[in-house]
Design a binder for this molecule. Sequence first.
Ligand code: KIV
Ligand code: NA
Length: 229
Amino acid sequence: MKSVNEFIKAKVKGEKISTVTCYDFWSAKIINESDVDAILVVDSSAMVMHGFETTINAKVVMMCYHVDVVKRAATSKFIIADIPFLEHKKGIENLFQSVDKLLKAGANAIKLEGVDGNLDIIKELTQSGIPVMGHIGLTPQSINKIGGYIIQGKDDNFSEKIFNEALKLQSAGCFYIVLELIPSHLAKEISINLSIPTIGIGAGLETYGQVLVLHDLLGFNKDFNPKFV
Ligand code: KIV
Ligand code: NA
């Protein structure tokens, strides 16, 4: 299993990192035998596996359930689990209880969306020995505010905000950052200016790794064929 330090070293050496989402035992078994470096057991499971409209419906208990079954098959892969929407806004003690559950279910790291208002929380987590993956650009948990799954950071002010968020996440101790649906020149700029790796989803080819939703990668959803897949 790759460690946090190996992910960061791979970035420094310019090596690419591959990740996929996974929510169930069967696909975890297949992924465990592949070269994929890490598995994201993330809240898109609410949509893909449970049929909800958005990721807002993900719950800690749901995430723990998926982490647990994935871990049982993917014994040699690094697993990153999502913090469901608003879980980190219900007090730090609640957050630590939820993170504890995810780690005990088998997660090696957690992912938290967004930066505004979250930096102190992220610092508290990283300083407690919990690897945290950041997630900027399109943050689907805020879909009601954003209004649609549309490219983020197209104008200069917004792209500068996203760039600065990446630096802030690095300073807060994140070991890795997901860049979702941003222009590839911005993803490149962020990727070369950080010492931690970036993975992109709909963010071009210049990030250090890519992450795809497994079911999109395999073309299971006939109604959803984004060009980045
Ligand atoms: O839930 C999800 O699919 C994600 C992606 C960025 C992997 O968070
Ligand atoms: Na997610």
